[in-house]
Ligand binder design. Sequence first.
Ligand SMILES: [Zn+2]
Length: 303
Amino acid sequence: MALPGCDSTDSSTAKAPSHSGKLVVVATTGMVADMVRQIGGEQVHVEQLMRDGVDPHLYRPNTDDVKAIRAADVVFYNGFKLEGRMSDLLSLKPIGKKKHIALADAIPKESALGDPEHETADPHIWMDVTLWSAATQLIERELKERIPSQSEVFTERASQLRDRLGKLDALGKRWIETIPTHQRILITSHDAFRYFGRRYGLQVEGIQGVSTSSEAGLRRIRELVDMLVEKKIPSVFVESSVPPKSVHSIMEGAAEKKTTVSIGGELYSDAMGPIGSDAETYEGMMKHNFRIITKALGGEPTE
Ligand SMILES: [Zn+2]
């Protein structure tokens, strides 16, 4: 016999948007989720679809993700087709008051690398802290619209976040500038660091392209090995969300030419670190990257 109130299927669907009265937000990557948590605080329930180590280019939404997206009040995602296999789902026009919001929409067209008109822009916008900081406006505005009574709180948190990001950006610049000029070359598994290179003054060479869905070609590997040997670059980098195979091919290629190249460390490119690590937030992740890159290329990351 069904107890009264236990048959919650219908009522829970009807009430789906409210999670004990909180605004329910779905965020795709950790970086997007972190920004919503920083600004939304306890007023918002955030469901993060992609965990640490997950590659967003290849991520396929499961049935729980689809349900979460349907039940959410707002969905925030990166955009510029970062979430390649979710693009159809995310670009669906939601019904009623629900919205799907791409943070890439906050980036001025002239600041995007690639071609935003044709959606072939480079999606790794969080790698330039100033661009990511600009995206806070979209979340701040949406949360204020949804929960007007908390407007001041959201304004306060968003402006504090932008202050911290401003300091982080300056710190990154300072550290990278300590790397000897001829060694400011960053070789990584895939091309996630082009915004980073532009902002912080490094030549960036990805072994794979802007998406991880294509394999690195032999010719590209040979080209990079020659560059390493010629310019005496001390380190190459692996990424937490991409298998290290192609980086190892580079190191082997260099060894054949009697050049020792070390792994400078693991960078967080398309996903943040696990809970409890130094990269569990966006700010932590970027500071980790600044530190590892600076050290491995011969600079001094002092506070
Ligand atoms: Zn990527």
